[in-house]
Design a protein around this ligand. Sequence first.
Ligand code: HAM
Length: 415
Amino acid sequence: MSELQAPKGTFDVLPDKEADYSEVEAVAARVLGRAGYARIQTPIFESTELFARGVGESTDIVAKEMYSFDDGGGRSVTLRPEGTAAICRSYIQNGMHKLPQPIRVWYSGPFFRHEAPQAGRFRQFHQIGAEALGSDRPELDAEMVLLLAEVLEELSVGDLRLRLGSLGSTETRLTYRELLQAHLRANQDKLSEDVRSRIDVNPLRAFDSADPSTQEVMATAPLLLNSLDSVDAEHFQVVRELLDAAGVAYEVDPRLVRGLDYYGRTVFEFTSDRLGAQSGVGGGGRYDGLMELLGGPATPGIGWAAGVERILLARDQRDAPEPSCDLLVVALEADRLNDAFVLANLARSQGIEARLEVTGRSVKASLKHANKIGARGVALLDSSGDQLKNMDTGEQIAAESVATLLDALRGMMVQ
Ligand code: HAM
């Protein structure tokens, strides 16, 4: 094997997996499209400052997972670790506030995080995501959750669980933060080193800790959900009622924390029991303060993203499709190459999937190859007379002209 390998935590999407990726994208396009979401594409790299401000300096993503580099002109740019900040940047930059609100968009593509690779966790991975900007109504929160549920269901992602929470307003979070910090400080000696060192910067992440002793401390921690003011509590209640009405099963999880700083009010996450430690299939939430933080007009927003690799890992496994092609065209003599080339092109122009044999195989080897690629018919061009072989029946018929050959092939294909 060559020493040249794809970087750690990255992988090739080989042709036999490509159909899976296209299917995820097609389902997202269909489910989101019929709810009025249009596809948007933003650059793969953005200014580093966008993520530092948008995602938050204290998050793992910004603190240790970004691929940032100087673009050669003294500006720091970063391979996008997530999509939401860029959508807000685009909204501001393109004056989307002038368009009818809310703006509903979806996206699909590669994202980059310098994390320790493991099953379901990569350094380059793919997300599909959706964002709705310009309304803070709870109907939109419920719509978002429902749409992600539908995408996952249509893709047969199994053993799913939906957790739902609310982080309330900025003021609520600030007051709560102090309460939580006091609790953490009072139990400092039982906390993991990591959690202890982040009491000041990001106390909420303590809920995410896998350390048993920290978890014990968190079991008795005060809960943000219990401190919501009446407006946020009502907002959350409406989201829940709408999801109930739509028959979406969820559990309210007061300890649900997400790894990005921009969230307020509704947060949600789908996990699958089919996945190991990296069980998060997709998640999101409301980010009503993000647009202003990025210098735009105050504009509420909500969205989600789901990991394509995790979707594929957690969906019902299906047999790989058999290889297939309509026609293999073989010139058995050098002076028939032109005819073979023209025949293959003509067939394609008529919607027939035709492949040209290009290795100089013998008749026998060509037929063996035709079996491997699942060809329905093989055109054998030869000065003693052109033939079309039906690979299903073994029958071989003489073809006087290209037209009769293609007619015969079409006849075979409808059988
Ligand atoms: P996130 O939870 O960081 O949210 O990522 C969304 C999904 O991306 C995860 O649930 C997971 O399936 C997948 N994912 C994340 N990191 C990796 C990785 N290293 N390898 C494989 N898959 C991964 C966001 O990115 C937010 N922008 C979602 C959002 C949109 N919130 C509001 N709008």
